[in-house]
Write a protein that binds this ligand. Structure first.
Ligand code: CP
Length: 315
């Protein structure tokens, strides 16, 4: 694997292999072992053209816990405000010596462009590109599901037969797209629930069923319910006219939470709009994996940095 751009590129064996390496990394990620020297002498550049809390900081921690040198670049306050292009920005930073570039960008396809253009000679990791993909988020979601299901016996396992319902703003969600492809590769089934205005026009070819009614989906007794953030910054009133109506029809409120099995996983990639797509009780309940997802993000990002920069030999 030269780059990590999309979960669509991952088959079952590769995906399970990444999750297994993340298991190997977990003791370091969770600070039971302080650091590994594995990437000493390597340089990782975090290139963030869009805001982030979880992805940026966990890539930073992952690089540091593997002893890599790290530069974090935010477009805000940089020469991007003077009109410098993605190509010139990437080449400028790469000229200082980059082995890996982690990129988040508002344009769908930005990571692919960087990887395939030949502008830089470094591994490219997609940290979220527009509404296209967010592969490390889907990997950490799958890792979290596998750990909840199998605990310390997770290694080598996939998600065969797991029934996952993803709810909300599918149209703008790179998390949903990456999850659909990865969950299929791992043997899970995916049901997408959204208002018609928040579904892509063409979902033919997506390995998922589509529905509009959250209550019916909850009656179907899913193993996982993943609530998506309403991405107000990417939409106008035509998509999303009324917060109260949205919450009433598509929010995971306390009444719907009570109808889920005690072991149904409640997931959210964050950041959450509490009271809109998810109630505070649902976000903070024992079913919620929200903070586990954040913690597991460090293990997954250590695993992918390790695999891209050191080859596929186990640490
Ligand atoms: N889930 C996620 O990508 O969060 P951030 O935008 O905070 O990185």
């Amino acid at each position: 694997m030269r780059h990590l751009l999309s979960t669509r590129d991952l088959d079952r064996a590769t995906a399970v292999g990444i999750l297994d390496v993340a298991e190997d990394m977990a003791d370091v990620a969770h600070r039971e072992i302080k650091k590994l020297p594995t990437l000493r002498g390597k340089t990782v550049i975090n290139l963030f053209f869009e805001d982030s809390t979880r992805t940026r900081t966990s890539f930073e921690l992952a690089a540091k816990r593997l002893s890599a040198d790290l530069i974090t670049f935010s477009a805000k306050g940089s020469s991007v405000s003077k009109g410098e292009s993605l190509k010139d920005t990437a080449q400028t930073l790469a000229a200082m010596g980059a082995d890996a570039v982690v990129i988040r960008h508002s344009a769908s396809g930005a990571a692919q462009t960087l990887a395939r253009s030949g502008w830089i000679d470094a591994a490219v990791l997609n940290a979220g590109d527009g509404t296209h993909e967010h592969p490390t988020q889907a990997l950490l979601d799958a890792f979290t599901m596998r750990r909840r299901l199998h605990g310390s016996a997770s290694r080598g396992k996939d998600l065969d037969g797991l029934r996952v319902t993803i709810v909300g703003d599918i149209l703008h969600s790179r998390v949903a797209r990456s999850n659909v492809w990865l969950l299929q590769a791992l043997g899970a089934t995916v049901n997408l629930i959204a208002p018609a205005t928040l579904l892509p026009v063409d979902t033919s070819g997506w390995p998922a069923t589509i529905g509009f009614d959250l209550d019916t989906a909850i009656d179907d007794d899913p193993d996982v319910i993943m609530m998506l953030r309403i991405q107000s910054e990417r939409m106008n009133a035509a998509f999303f006219p009324n917060a109260r109506e949205y919450s009433r029809q598509w929010g995971l409120d306390d009444e719907r939470l009570a109808r889920l099995r005690p072991d149904t996983m409640v997931m959210h990639p964050g950041p959450m709009n509490r009271g809109l797509e998810i109630s505070a009780n649902a976000a903070d309940s024992a079913r919620s994996t929200v903070l586990e997802q954040v913690a597991n993000g460090v293990s997954i990002r250590m695993a992918v940095l390790y695999l891209l920069l050191s080859g596929s030999v186990k640490p």
